[in-house]
Design a protein around this ligand. Structure first.
Ligand SMILES: *Cc1c(COP(=O)(O)O)cnc(C)c1O
Length: 457
């Protein structure tokens, strides 16, 4: 039986026919040294061995299926990516890099990591890539170690205005090792204030400028950051964690031609497994590699690297291009719907996958708004808005994103309904009967838009 074809199909068809204990035959690779013999296994090991964990995972699967996942940093991976991430590769130690490992038996994982690297480079047009960072934060830390000394001056976007904690928050390793200075957005239009950034760069003489954001609803002009970095002799790192999928699908401009280092997560708009990636110029690769391993990590997660390789291949397809376009269209439609209902948005709208709503206009705080929408079956997160006068644990805003709903196949018609529900729910924050009604309407809608996992669970 050819590797990687039949098992999933068998499982899916058995699932459809309603069998409880799905029988799976181990596929046998052509390099087997013993007589191929089908091994009969019940599929649900976890349910039998550890029902507590299994039950919680099932409940989470139901939550992901029956609700509207609108956390801007979340998405649904494909069944193929989940299969790679749940594979035997989790058993393998592979410290080092392809061809130069500290362990035996790495011939197959070398193939996988090499494919992941080649695909990452091709997808983003980058000279070099390191696919080993366990997360976006790890990727950023490895780049900092590659170009900074302790105490060096760095510029990054203010966490309270859309930045990320790895961009200099005082409790994060970035803020503890380096001297970060925060730039922000213009109070009038909530867009990056490049005059302020240029002025700060001249004053603080940073060795590195960090661009990229976690809660910024507009396209980031990477060329303007490059110009400023160039003027003051700083290196440029672009952290495209949130919008890598929009870059891959051609919706947003790529940072790769402008930045010395590009970092990203792979699990947000890029729709891969939970992980990180560094792209750089060939001349910087040696240092980046050394600072990922052994600088900040031990053995790579080969199962996740396999998932990343699959993700990069998916992101090169015409379907993914269409996906990126739909994510942005959906966000625009949702933003227009909320604006028309009288809800103010940070910067007055969006040109990416997310928007920030100022819920104080409805007499609510962000914490209450998040809880109300949870009751309605809509998952979002409370978020600071620029120049927020409230506290991080109960800020003025909520952040809403369209990547996950777009993966389910929802389009602009659905976004109008979703906008209506959000407005209705938030306008009646204490009407639990209404919230229940909304919840069941959402559950009905969700039936027509299956999540990818329904095809493999
Ligand atoms: C999400 C995010 C990260 C960190 O990703 P983790 O995988 O959670 O460590 C880094 N930078 C930005 C801008 C992000 O939005």
């Amino acid at each position: 039986m050819p590797v990687g074809r039949s098992p999933l199909l068998r499982t899916a068809s058995a699932h459809r026919s309603g069998l409880d204990a799905v029988v799976r035959f181990e596929s046998l690779a052509s390099n087997s040294f013993c007589t191929p013999k089908p091994i009969k296994k019940p599929m649900n090991f976890l349910q039998q061995q550890d029902p507590d964990i299994w039950t919680a995972i099932e409940a989470e699967a139901t939550r992901q299926r029956e609700g509207l996942e609108m956390i801007a940093s979340e998405n649904y991976t494909s069944p193929a990516i989940m299969q790679a991430a749940g594979s035997v590769l989790t058993n393998k130690y592979a410290e080092g890099y392809p061809g130069r490992r500290y362990y035996g038996g790495c011939e197959h994982v070398d193939v996988i990591e090499t494919l992941a690297i080649e695909r990452a480079k091709k997808l983003f047009g980058a000279e070099a890539a390191n696919v080993q960072p366990h997360s976006g934060s790890q990727a950023n830390t490895a780049v900092y170690l590659s170009c900074l000394e302790v105490g060096d001056s760095v510029l990054g976007l203010d966490l309270a205005q859309g930045g990320h904690l790895t961009h200099g928050m005082k409790l994060n390793i970035s803020g503890r090792l380096y001297h970060f200075h925060s730039y922000g957005v213009d109070p009038k239009n909530h867009r990056l204030d490049f005059d302020q950034i240029a002025k700060l760069a001249r004053e603080k003489k940073p060795k590195l400028i960090v661009a990229g954001a976690s809660a910024y609803p507009r396209e980031i002009p990477h060329d303007r950051f490059a110009e400023i970095a160039n003027d003051v002799g700083a290196k440029l790192m672009v952290d495209m964690a949130h919008y890598a999928g929009l870059v891959a699908s051609g919706q947003h401009n790529s940072p790769v031609p402008y930045a010395d280092y590009v970092t990203t997560t792979t699990h947000k708009t890029l729709r891969g497994p939970r992980s990180g990636l560094v792209l750089c110029k060939e001349e910087n690769l040696k240092l980046v590699n050394r600072n990922v391993f052994p600088g900040t990590q031990g053995g790579p997660l080969m199962h996740v690297i396999a998932g990343k390789a699959v993700c990069f291949a998916e992101a090169m397809t015409p379907e993914f291009k269409a996906y990126g376009k739909a994510v942005v269209e959906n966000a625009k439609t949702l933003a227009d719907t909320l604006l028309a209902a009288g809800l103010p948005l940070v910067s007055g709208g969006t040109d990416n996958h997310l928007m920030l709503v100022d819920v104080t206009a409805l007499g609510l705080g962000g914490k209450k708004a998040e809880a109300v929408l949870d009751q309605c079956g809509i998952t979002v997160n409370m978020n600071m808005i620029p120049f927020d006068e409230r506290k991080p644990m109960d800020p003025s805003g909520i952040r809403i994103g369209t990547p996950a709903l777009t993966t389910r196949g929802m389009g602009t018609e659905e976004m109008k309904r979703v906008g209506g529900w959000i407005h209705q729910g938030l306008s009646h924050p204490d009407d639990s009967a209404l919230h229940q009604t909304i919840r069941s309407e959402i559950c009905e809608l969700c039936k027509s838009f299956p999540v990818p996992a329904e095809r493999c669970n």
